[in-house]
Design a binder for this molecule. Structure first.
Ligand SMILES: [Zn+2]
Length: 451
């Protein structure tokens, strides 16, 4: 009898072992999911990360492969795939007729709850951008460029233009300005990298072989983003006043006021600070000898945004000196200005405006003369100097003056104050750039006449 009872007991024990393992497993799984749920409850989504690349085919269009960088968040990936439609539709003319492999690059901003994808095609000597998508990773919603960008984009235009001039040498290209006017549609391809806010442009925008990417600092861009979008970055961020940000409109009249024979502290500074305060710029044609004595003033003016140009070392007539001396008066001074300011281009104005053909052939810089001369050195009277400029000022004019005299400083300030509604006050380089007039080495320029 006992044996009969023993046997089933043994049998039972054997049967209980797998049940116990199963129970432990269930417990582990339950604990795992509970911990996971709690952590999600506290931290929102689990930390996003790049997971892998996988080819995605949109609606059987097998000629177009989207090589997508996925995250470890399935719902976000789904949201991305859903939005491929908008990229496809925006490029349907190309995508329906050509074979393409599009890289869909990911940039994750975990602490800002932002994910951004860029649709780009790249080979060694070619690239093209087809779209970009920015997501709020808290709710997987797309944030369109219209929602990212603020209302006043003038400052953003200027940042992009500066980037174009620096990266692509596109300073002298009127098309550059037309394609960067402050409208949201011009800045629609946005990639949010960790350190940089990138705005991308299709290759034909600026007639380049590759996509142009303006990599901008967040700090510089933030004033031009929408209040709504700024909350992702800093809830307490207060926008600076951008109503008076410097913006140049190529279609509005402009002049370049130039000041020779300085630096001449403190007059140079009084002039430069007044212009800078009113978002205006001037060009100082400095003497190398005076710059040697006071490079601080020159650098200060450069830092205010004014242009530093070369007016020789010590005001010698280029036509009356030998080649070695010509080099000392031109190239050597320009090199010093470049070293001090990091300006890439240094314009030259020959003393007395004198340069014969053989001199010009040796000068590796554009030569900037003038059409408007108020004879400020002769009339040391600010009212007369002001009247002279007032009578002769015109769109594209280069105005000659000297920051040697207080009367000139007073007259110039009055010109700015009374004419800033009609004219934009630019540096010489800016005026030629915005007028679309290229500056060539060894050539004389009296004014900037737009095409
Ligand atoms: Zn001079």
């Amino acid at each position: 009898m006992n044996k009969r009872f023993v046997k089933p007991e043994k049998h039972n024990r054997r049967a209980k072992k797998p049940a116990l393992i199963l129970a432990i497993l269930l417990l582990i799984i339950t604990v795992f999911f509970t911990v996971n749920l709690i952590s999600k409850g506290f931290n929102g989504k689990e930390d996003l990360a790049y997971k892998n690349n996988k080819v995605f085919i949109y609606k059987e269009h097998k000629n177009i492969e989207f090589d997508i960088a996925y995250t470890n968040d399935k719902s976000l990936n789904k949201a991305l795939e859903k939005n491929v439609e908008s990229i496809f539709n925006a490029n349907s003319e190309i995508f329906l007729n050509k074979d393409k492999k599009i890289s869909v690059k990911l940039s994750l901003n975990n602490d800002k709850n932002l994910a951004s994808w860029l649709f780009i095609e790249e080979t060694d000597n070619f690239s093209e951008v087809y779209g970009s998508l920015v997501f709020n990773t808290k709710n997987d919603e797309v944030i369109t460029y219209e929602k990212i960008l603020g209302e006043d984009l003038k400052g953003l235009s200027m940042l992009v233009r500066e980037s174009l001039a620096k990266e692509e040498g596109l300073l002298y290209n009127r098309n550059t300005y037309t394609k960067t006017v402050p409208e949201p549609d011009n800045f629609k391809y946005i990639m949010l990298d960790k350190d940089k806010f990138s705005i991308l442009f299709k290759r034909d925008t600026f007639d380049l072989d590759k996509v142009f990417e303006a990599k901008l600092d967040y700090e510089a861009v933030m004033p031009y983003l929408s209040d709504q979008f700024l909350k992702f970055f800093d809830k307490d961020y207060i926008k600076p006043d951008i109503a008076n940000v410097r913006y140049i409109d190529p279609h509005k009249p402009m002049v370049a006021m130039t000041f020779d024979d300085g630096p001449n502290y403190p007059k140079t500074v009084e002039l430069g600070e007044h212009f800078a305060k009113h978002n205006a710029r001037v060009t100082y044609f400095v003497l190398g000898s005076r710059m040697d004595a006071d490079s601080e003033t020159v650098l200060d003016m450069h830092n205010l945004g004014h242009e530093i140009a070369n007016h020789s070392y010590d005001h010698q007539n280029y036509n009356k000196i030998d080649d070695a001396e010509l080099k000392r008066q031109t190239t050597d001074v320009s090199d010093k200005i470049k070293a001090l300011t990091k300006q890439e281009v240094v314009l030259i104005r020959p003393p007395f405006g004198s340069s014969n053909e053989s001199v010009r052939a040796k000068i590796e810089s554009p030569l900037i003369l003038w059409r408007v001369d108020p004879l400020d050195w002769k009339f040391r009277d600010s009212a007369v100097v002001y009247e002279n400029i007032k009578n002769d000022i015109y769109d594209g004019a280069i105005i000659l003056s000297h920051d040697l005299y207080q009367t000139t400083v007073d007259a110039s300030k009055k010109v700015l104050d009374n004419f800033s509604n009609q004219y934009q006050f630019l540096t010489v380089s800016e005026m030629f750039a915005y007028k679309g007039v290229p500056l060539n080495n060894g050539e004389l320029y009296f004014e900037a006449k737009g095409r």
